[in-house]
Design a protein around this ligand. Structure first.
Ligand SMILES: NC(=O)C1=CN([C@@H]2O[C@H](COP(=O)(O)OP(=O)(O)OC[C@H]3O[C@@H](n4cnc5c(N)ncnc54)[C@H](O)[C@@H]3O)[C@@H](O)[C@H]2O)C=CC1
Length: 500
């Protein structure tokens, strides 16, 4: 494939890589904490395959310390007014924006995503969440319901200690998308980042405390699945918010249900993107590129099943191939790079396995299809055409840069095929027919839909999935309902009328 390759060896990254080791593995009760008894977690820079930091998993003692701190901190935090809480969150947003470049470099080291991308999509998105929910914090209220002379008032109360568990694709954003609404409502949080990307959440905790957050309100503990599981079942925890795969979601949801805890589940997807023959082809190609190759395809809401109406298939594929030549692979810290490596060797091998399956099962390889000739875990942006609904690459989430293009003839046919999946995270349509656009969106079985664009996730809009892709919504005013509960108070103004 004719991608542009920049320098093979990312030499400019050396200094930043040397600074990647955090002060300690965990951030608890307002300070960095270490316990070297925990199993080591090596943080590997995906563009070189080299270890840039070594941290330790939380031991049971660390988990206990974090939950005790969160329990105590929550009481102090909830006793403050919403306006006071909001001011601290907004101050943290300002600090994040001031340090955007430093935080973006760290996000790039943690994930391998190009700096070109992290400068605009990660710390800035985290700051948006803190600013938005900081702004809302003072207006989280109950209501007054008049009942003749009597009346009811409701109080919107925090849930208590919330646990956030993150995936590896957006470590800064996920730490903030969970933390900001939780804290705005008066909860505290213990956040466990993915073991693959342990660095960024620690910085968020540090900045929140620099902004004035009381100790214990936002804590970070490191660890693999077992640490996450131990947090979920602890009786001090009222709510769990997970971003991860569907199989992990099922386990966490079941463990939480057993103990009647609140949950938000942001899980995987295999989202459809339908391109009708009347669509603006260049715009549709841009949508398909954004919806498949941003973050090297490691985005949960990606539109990986691209249904193209038969008459424009040739033109679509031709234009797509031309546009793929604009992919610039190489050192992710070079701002000219726009396509980075997979997060890990494991993820690269999973993706290469799916590419082999696609070829074996008879799809036509249009572009890419192999590792790039670079250090690190690079897989070329890959496009398969002539994909049919039963193929493995049509059914399973790949979480890499692999676009599957399907042909279709009628709207009725494509809608049935688009919805024929256990997932329901996102869905998109490109068409210039206004009525059809809204009809199609109404028919999608998905939580987050797009008309003539794809994958935008502003903090003001609810984000999340239906079917196996999740429970609850992140961002927007919706998130407030998922991090608080309502207490109803009936006030009688007249004597009680009892039956005897
Ligand atoms: N819907 C959404 O908003 C998003 C969903 N994702 C999904 O995340 C997945 C990729 O991320 P991964 O980190 O590989 O997912 P994963 O499911 O392997 O891990 C997610 C997190 O859960 C933890 N975990 C694993 N087992 C656990 C258990 N039994 N109890 C508690 N915690 C446990 C992991 O340590 C990690 O922090 C993809 O399927 C993707 O679609 C990713 C980003 C956004």
């Amino acid at each position: 494939m004719n991608c542009v390759y920049l320098s093979k060896h990312p030499s400019g990254a050396t200094k930043a890589m040397q600074n990647a080791q955090p002060t300690a593995s965990h951030f608890i009760n307002g300070a960095y904490v270490e316990d070297t008894d925990g199993a080591p977690i090596e943080c590997i820079y995906p563009a070189t395959g080299k270890v840039i930091a070594t941290l330790h998993e939380a031991t049971p003692a660390i988990v206990d310390q974090a939950l005790s701190a969160a329990k105590a901190g929550q009481k102090i935090w909830a006793a403050m007014t919403g306006t006071e809480r909001g001011r601290i969150l907004r101050r943290a947003a300002d600090i994040i924006r001031d340090r955007n470049r430093e935080l973006s470099v760290l996000e790039t080291l943690d994930t391998g995503k190009p700096l070109q991308e992290t400068l605009v999509a990660d710390a800035t998105s985290g700051a948006d969440a803190l600013e938005y929910f900081g702004g809302l914090a003072g207006s989280i209220t109950g209501e007054h319901i008049q009942l003749g002379q009597d009346w009811v008032y409701t109080i919107r109360e925090p849930l208590g200690v919330c646990v956030g568990i993150g995936a590896w694709n957006y470590p800064t954003q996920i730490a903030c998308w969970k933390g900001a609404p939780a804290l705005a409502c008066g909860n505290s949080m213990v956040f466990k980042p993915s073991e693959t990307t342990p660095l960024c959440a620690l910085k968020i905790a540090e900045i929140l405390h620099e902004a004035g957050l009381p100790a214990g309100v936002y804590n970070v503990v490191q660890g693999r699945g077992a640490v996450g599981a131990s947090l979920v079942i602890d009786p001090r925890v009222s709510k769990v918010s997970l971003t991860g795969s569907v199989p992990t979601g099922r386990k966490v949801y079941a463990a939480a249900a057993e103990r009647m805890k609140h949950v938000t589940m942001e899980l995987g997807g295999k989202s459809p993107l339908i391109i009708f023959e009347d669509a603006d082809i260049d715009n549709a190609v841009s949508g398909a590129i954004l919806g498949n190759f941003y973050s090297s395809g490691q985005v949960c809401s990606n539109g990986t099943r691209v249904f193209v109406q038969k008459d424009i298939k040739k033109a679509f594929l031709k234009r797509l191939k031309e546009r793929l030549e604009g992919a610039v692979m190489g050192d992710p810290l070079d701002e000219a790079t726009n396509f980075g490596p997979m997060v890990s060797a494991d993820q690269m091998n999973i993706v290469l396995g799916y590419i082999n399956k696609g070829t074996e099962e008879g799809a036509t390889l249009v572009a890419g299809g192999k590792m790039a000739d670079l250090d690190g875990f690079f897989v070329e942006p890959t496009v398969f055409a002539d994909v049919t609904d039963g193929m493995t690459i049509a059914r399973e989430e790949i979480f890499g840069p692999v676009m599957a293009v399907f042909d279709f003839e009628t709207e009725e046919e494509v809608m049935a095929r688009a919805n024929d999946t256990e997932f329901g995270l996102a869905a998109g349509v490109f068409t210039n027919d206004l009525t059809r656009a809204h009809r199609v969106v109404a028919g999608f079985e998905a939580g987050t839909c797009y008309i003539n664009t794809y994958n935008l996730a502003p903090v003001e809009a609810p984000f999340g999935g239906s079917k196996a892709s999740g429970v609850g919504r992140e961002n927007s005013k919706e998130a407030i309902n998922h991090y608080s509960e309502v207490k109803t108070v009936y006030v009688a103004m007249t004597p009680v009328e009892s039956q005897f």
